[in-house]
Design a protein around this ligand. Structure first.
Ligand code: ME8
Length: 519
């Protein structure tokens, strides 16, 4: 084992079913978790749901059910979605879980006893969907500066958290730990726009609604939803309970993967909570970019939602995973259009990967009845294919360490494309014409098989079922699929291959777009 790796996604609001944006974060976290496992780390991958707050209470009231009944249903659909998308989480936390509630109450009490939480009054403009208070000057045209909706004037007795006390300590920590906030541009944004102008104490309790965790020593207050939610990263490991072995093993987190909208909560409120509790800070908060649909940000409340279930039904789960992982470059935004999506599947999956696999299998069956063994290795094309096959896993490992998931896939495709080019260069169908070239022909197909085996190991973190399909057709199994063997060219001995169904049939773009329009 290389060590431990603790990765988390945001815990999503179960206010409605999840869309492709939430799916994006979770699929990226899954690819990283799977890759680290493959790479020899002891991984803990956490996801879950953030279930309290006025917004959920209101939706449930409208539907005539209790908030718990309402979220139970949505949470079930979220778990189904993660099952469909092949998400390999180790734990799913719900903020309505008893152990979490108790631990949050303990955390709140600890901070109060220490004097970092105190009682006062809060007056301000409150945006219900965003669960945030704003001052008069923060409003834009009298409306919420984040979502543009109506705000309500609210005054309540409340508890406050002394963010101001920790401002200098936080700034120093961020400056001394260059990897704490990534990418760099988000760090600068946090420092210059939020921390340096001065942190105000934060209102961390509410009395205007009841769907939340009661403050244990003052039950008419419920804990502010972000204090409740952020705590999940430690309560899920047993912090605040009697069983702390996971906490002792996995904390601090290696990566909190979040969208850029919530970097602020994760790099100001969360580290200050941890500092106040005398707990080490996570190593990295990574704020990824947006998946834009037709140029605009997607959100549950705005409605222009792309449904990951429908996309998976039409194109397959791995095509959806591939697109999400490939299309959004490190830290930047990516765009989703059905047309780009289909074109990407056709070029990268049907043409590049699908063709490589199917051509190689066909030739092994046609020329050797499916029986593959080692053959003659010779010449510059063989050397070059082997060189690329040996270089790519090393580069992919580094890129994944740096959270450059899209670049890692692009790197894997250099091997896929190199292998396709190798077929054109060596022209096995010409070799097959002469009995004397049999050993050489075997060598060519052997080299292709090795390249495909390495590709299959590498893509197993990104497209797990595609990797399984490749392994089944080639008969790859056991130790030749380990990470160590991804670093070797020539690990296969003898195989019996059997071609299966086409993995990624070419899609007729026009026809499919018409079909999707009608949905
Ligand atoms: O904020 N592109 O939950 P949430 C990429 N409960 N990612 C997107 C996206 C898009 N268009 N839209 C959403 C919350 N996301 C809180 C989190 S954590 C302690 C509490 C992803 O349901 C992205 O990761 O609104 C974003 O941060 C998250 O979904 C917000 O999910």
């Amino acid at each position: 084992m290389k060590g431990k790796y603790y990765i988390t996604t945001p815990i999503y609001y179960p206010s409605d079913k999840l869309h492709i944006g939430n799916t994006y974060t979770t699929v990226v976290a899954d690819a990283l978790a799977r890759f680290k496992r493959l790479n020899g780390y002891d991984v803990f991958f956490l996801t879950g749901t953030d279930e309290h707050g006025q917004k959920i209470q209101r939706i449930a009231e409208k539907k005539g059910v209790t908030p718990k009944e309402y979220v139970d249903k949505i949470v079930a659909s979220i778990k189904d979605l993660w099952k469909l998308m092949n998400i390999s989480y180790d734990k799913f936390i719900r903020t309505t879980d008893d152990y979490h509630i108790k631990a949050v109450q303990d955390i709140f009490k600890k901070l109060y006893d220490k004097g970092d939480i105190y009682k006062g009054y809060y007056e301000g403009w409150y945006c219900t969907p965003c669960e945030s208070f704003f001052t008069e000057t923060q409003l834009v045209d009298g409306k919420c500066p984040d979502c543009g909706r109506e705000v309500e004037w609210t005054k309540e007795e409340a508890y406050f958290f002394r963010l101001s006390k920790y401002q200098d300590k936080l700034l120093k920590y961020i400056e001394e730990h260059p990897d704490f906030i990534l990418p760099e541009k988000r760090k600068n944004e946090m420092i210059n726009n939020f921390i340096k102008p001065g942190l105000e104490d934060l209102c961390v309790s509410r009395t205007s609604f009841t769907w939340g965790i009661p403050v244990s020593f003052d039950e008419k207050h419920v804990v502010y939803v972000w204090i409740d939610a952020l705590s999940n990263y430690i309560t899920a490991l047993g912090y605040g309970s009697d069983e702390k072995s996971l906490y002792e093993k996995y904390w601090p987190a290696d990566v909190h993967l979040v969208g850029k909208d919530i970097v602020r909560f994760h790099t100001i409120i969360w580290p200050i909570m941890l500092m106040a509790l005398d707990i080490p800070l996570p190593k990295t908060v990574f704020g990824h970019g947006w998946l834009l649909v037709d140029g605009g940000k997607m959100s549950k409340s705005k409605g222009n939602v792309v449904d990951p279930v429908i996309l998976s039904e039409h194109f397959g789960v791995d095509a959806v995973r591939y697109y999400l992982l490939r299309e959004i470059p490190f830290g930047s935004d990516g765009n989703f259009t059905s047309e780009m999506f289909i074109k990407r599947i056709n070029s990268d999956l049907a043409n590049d990967l699908g063709n490589l696999v199917s051509r190689t299998l066909t030739m092994i069956e046609k020329y050797f009845k499916g029986e593959l063994r080692k053959g003659k290795f010779e010449g510059e094309f063989d050397e070059d294919l082997r060189r690329v096959a040996l270089e790519v896993p090393v580069k992919v490992e580094k890129l994944m360490d740096d959270l450059k998931v899209s670049d890692a896939l692009e790197e894997i495709w250099t091997l896929v494309r190199r292998a396709n080019k190798y077929i054109d260069e060596t022209m096995p169908w010409v070799l097959a014409k002469d009995e004397e070239n049999k050993d050489r022909l075997m060598g060519v197909l052997y080299n292709l098989t090795e390249a495909i085996r390495i590709v299959s190991i590498l893509i197993s973190s990104f497209m797990p079922s595609t990797s399984v399909k490749i392994n089944e057709q080639f008969g790859f199994e056991g130790t030749i699929l380990t990470w160590e063997k991804a670093l070797e060219f020539g690990a296969v001995d003898a195989l019996l291959v059997k071609r299966g169904d086409i993995m990624f049939p070419r899609i007729d773009v026009e026809k499919k777009l018409e079909e999707l329009e009608k949905l």
